[in-house]
Design a binder for this molecule. Sequence first.
Ligand code: SAM
Ligand code: SF4
Length: 461
Amino acid sequence: MYTFYIKTYGCQMNERDSESLSALLQAEGHQEVALEEAAQVLIFNTCSVREQAERKVIGKVGILKRLKARKPAVKLGIIGCMGQRLGEKLFEILPHLDFVVGTDQLAKVPKIFDELEQGKTHLTALSTGGEIVQELDKHLGKNMLAYISVMRGCDQFCTYCIVPHTRGREKSRTIEAITAEVREQVERGSKEILLLGQNITAYGVAEARKAGQYSPEFSAFADLLQALHEIPGLLRIRFTSPHVRYMNQKFIETVCKLPKVCKAFHIPLQSGCNRILAAMNRGYTVEEYLACIENIRNLAPQANFSTDIIVGFPGETRAEFEQTRHVMQQVQYDMAYIFRYSEREGTRAAQTLLDEIPEEEKMVRNQVLLNDLTVSVEQRNKAYLGRSVEVLVEGKSKRNTERWTGRSDLNKVCIFPPLEKIVPGQLCLIQISRTTTNSLFGKIIEISQPQNCSDCSLGEK
Ligand code: SAM
Ligand code: SF4
């Protein structure tokens, strides 16, 4: 039996993969440790979305060559997107690496551990396209917020993106399997779930297409939300990332009408220019994107939005960048991840377009958007002054342990002094007296019962 440590890079899906792998290994008798130095096996769960993310892992595992020289019994493994993308090539770059496992083969890691114990090395499990296995449904302990993977892969093939190449084709779990996993987590104490899928509004679409049951009105994701909404004790449902192409009327009406579905929507835009969106193969226009936002705002006026943007996509002119800036100002996002385009080998953009925008120019565009965002978020947060917000209490703030923290359903971080009777997982009303770009500050004025929608109280109390 081994002690192991998992270091996770990248997205929430990777965090969930690490958690399920850890639960699986622990069920087999291995033990997770909190410190790298205490582990016999070090596992790196990697991200390939940008080149920088891959360089970080190569650098980190490269340094560990010295550790292996000192302690040859220590084993090193790379799993996840980078493992899938580079496979056995990783043994050429990092000869001291012991195993590489791809995104679809995490359930094979216990078997790899057995082989390591037999003294084998340079082990791989890289095949793709298998069924989603139940062994990976397990969670660690009780988390107030549970991450739930509802599907794997992506069929969108945005021209810049490596994900369809590393995570394979879209495959959705059944509503029954997901509901059972969520019920179990809620029984263990989870109050909130974050549903995960690269293209989550396409949940069930590949299967429906195969069965000849797909139509523009189809939204199995809306059906899934409806089913999860019935689970007693579950207070909040979030999801990421929806894609405008599959956000039809059924989906929009469902998310707006179900009280437990938080009205903070992360809807990646990527670019505010139709020519760039087409070159990215995003599958929607700016007008369709904005219509979708308007549609949601009409049904849920309190809704707020966050997004992903890429600056410096090949050929993006200054004027086209300004169009993105303009759309961001129109939508008034509450948060945005802004990325500089990173060429990824094997993607259509890398094969057909020249990454000719200088890095300095990408950095300037990135900074311009961040500055705009700071100004607008600061203003939007000021609207909370004097108002009360319902917060799901998370516990002590990491920065100042005398304060506690929680989130509103609109995903605003609230900081407040605790009361004796408050425990994590409780809902309470916070009166807001100070705001910054990142947080709202205030005091507890009421310990509340679950209500329909927290920030709906904005302006009403
Ligand atoms: N599936 C989600 C969607 O389509 O919106 C996003 C998943 S992707 C892992 C997260 C974000 O990384 C994307 O929304 C995009 O903004 C960014 N991204 C992906 N490939 C990139 C690249 N080659 N260069 C820069 N950013 C990239
Ligand atoms: Fe990548 Fe596009 Fe799929 Fe998102 S939808 S994971 S950006 S290919």
